[in-house]
Ligand binder design. Structure first.
Ligand SMILES: Nc1ncnc2c1ncn2[C@@H]1O[C@H](COP(=O)(O)OP(=O)(O)OP(=O)(O)O)[C@@H](O)[C@H]1O
Length: 352
């Protein structure tokens, strides 16, 4: 099947969501093999509770968009079970579509139309009753800060404004769950921040959000929990802080007076004193040392004393905890496995 965006939904979803305990997304052993034999999704199992802001991360080609296309019923799974808002994606595709919003990677804004007309068009496509449309359009224009330019042609909008309009169009029928597929790619930091505010607002209103992104800072900022996909399978999952802890190391940069020669001497001192364990890596840089160790922070004062005793002057000292970039590098690097333990491959629980 092609990647056409299917927004042709026939009736409105004016759901009072949140009732009941149905998971927003339930995926068990999902497989998706394209007709040319590409196994884009080999085995994905995950659950997203209602109301959560959930991040779905992975390198290019990992299977994120394919998984989303199954969830929004643009592709039929070739194996496994998938339910969205309690509806099976195969047998209840129409019900699934009526209960979700989808903001695809490519824009669906019609540049010949004004912002208001674009949203009105989406209202028609999603079957929002005629008498509710005017109010809904005003409310959405306000929400995405486009009220001032509502009657201007969208062809003249910036990339960020178009994305905000796209997001508004995905929400006209007040879906309880929205899929945002790399919504901020290519935007400048200011436009990205504005969209973040907007996504946070819709999540605060009770909407479940599934976001794919290549910006780990974005996932760290917005998402309560994450799943990382690689080669069609989930390789790590948990809250951003839990995943960062799982990388298990801290990074310590020490600047010394005297450049590389002194830095080499400093590395010898640390080795001689046995300050860091065998798993630590101590690299000499132009400015000093770059140390990766489980307990870099707690060894900091011993390090300072040892270098001072050796007559080496420390001019800078910085401890950095792992970022999601470190997590991402670790889980997408074949050599490293941070996915171990109960969280890898199993369905997510509700905590952390
Ligand atoms: N229509 C298709 N037919 C055959 N193979 C496809 C098709 N669409 C995607 N693929 C392949 O399926 C795999 C997963 O692609 P997918 O687009 O789901 O990854 P992704 O994680 O979303 O990547 P990106 O971040 O680049 O969008 C890739 O190997 C891709 O080349």
């Amino acid at each position: 099947m092609s990647g056409t965006t299917n927004t042709s939904v026939s009736s409105s979803t004016e759901k009072g969501d949140g009732e009941g305990k149905t998971a927003a997304i339930l995926i068990e052993g999902l497989k998706l093999t394209y007709s040319d034999g590409t196994e884009a999704v080999k085995d994905v199992t995950m659950e997203v509770p209602q109301g959560e802001f959930f991040g779905f991360l992975g390198p290019n080609g990992a299977g994120k968009t394919t998984t989303i296309k199954v969830l929004v019923t643009l592709l039929q799974p070739t194996g496994g079970r998938v339910e969205v808002n309690g509806f099976d994606v195969k047998s209840k595709a129409q019900e699934v579509r009526e209960s979700i919003g989808y903001m695809p990677q490519e824009t669906s804004v019609d540049e010949e139309l004004t912002a208001r007309e674009n949203i009105r068009f989406a209202c028609r496509a999603y079957g929002v009753p005629r008498e509710r449309r005017a109010e809904r359009i005003d409310e959405l224009l306000e929400l995405v800060d486009l009220a001032d330019v509502g009657d201007k042609k969208s062809g003249g909008f910036s990339g960020g404004m178009k994305k905000r309009l796209d997001a508004a169009m995905a929400l006209v029928h007040r879906p309880s769950l929205v899929f945002l597929d790399e919504p901020t790619t290519g935007l400048d930091p200011k436009a990205r921040n504005e969209l973040w505010d907007y996504f946070e607002r819709i999540n605060e209103r009770g909407t479940t959000v599934l976001l794919t992104t290549q910006y780990l800072e974005e996932a760290d900022h917005l998402c309560e929990r994450l799943a990382v996909i690689r080669d069609g399978g989930i390789v790590a999952r948990g809250s951003p802080s839990k995943l960062k802890r799982r990388v298990g190391v801290e990074f310590l940069d020490v600047d010394v007076e005297g450049g590389r020669d002194t830095a080499r001497e400093a590395a010898e001192v640390l080795r001689g004193e046995g300050i860091f364990g065998g798993d630590a890596s101590v690299e000499v840089t132009d400015r000093g040392l770059s140390i990766t160790a489980n307990d870099a922070r707690s060894r900091g004062s011993r390090l300072m004393v040892a270098l001072d005793d050796a007559g080496i002057q420390v001019t800078g000292f910085d401890v950095r905890e792992p970022t999601l970039d470190d997590v991402f590098l670790a889980v997408t690097d074949d050599e490293t496995d941070v996915s171990g333990g109960e969280d890898a491959g199993s369905r997510q629980g509700g905590s952390e």
